[in-house]
Unconditional design. Structure first.
Length: 154
């Protein structure tokens, strides 16, 4: 069967509803791909550029040497850090001024409990419970201090 010239022309020529020709849409797609990849590259550089990443340190951090700031509350002579020492003295002064302040007694007991001085924390919790028998923080602190002191080797 022989096709007429008109039928052959319709087979080769794209229909008007076929979309943009390749010479138009390929450069558009290429530009969007380049912009997308550049944005991802920038975000990765910003995210991993200053501190390194799971993939290893970045080149910029390997070349620069940064000083690590030392904590300002280190006391060479020993003892608690200055902030804790201030809190201890304030709580002791509060208890001296108001011996029936169950909140201050519990807070001081909590400080002793935190550093493992259970035998010093127990009397503070007991005093707080004598002042206020319904203080839940004193009850739980006393229970924890007793448990921990019993678990300690003698």
């Amino acid at each position: 069967m022989v096709f007429s010239a008109r039928v052959q022309a319709n087979l080769v020529r794209p229909s008007p509803a076929g979309g943009l020709p390749a010479r138009v849409y390929l450069p558009i797609v290429a530009i969007f791909a380049i912009v997308f990849l550049a944005a991802i590259g920038y975000l990765l550089r910003v995210a991993f550029g200053s501190t390194g990443s799971a993939l290893g340190p970045s080149a910029s951090t390997a070349q620069t040497s940064r000083k690590i700031a030392q904590p300002q509350n280190i006391e060479v002579g020993g003892g608690p850090p200055p902030a804790v020492a201030i809190q201890l003295s304030e709580l002791r002064a509060q208890i001296a001024a108001h011996p029936r302040d169950d909140v201050a007694l519990v807070e001081l007991g909590d400080l002793y409990l935190t550093v493992g001085k259970f035998t010093q924390a127990i009397p503070l919790y007991q005093r707080a419970l004598r002042v206020n028998p319904n203080n839940p923080a004193a009850k739980s602190g006393l229970e924890q201090a007793r448990t921990e002191s019993a678990d300690q080797p003698k």
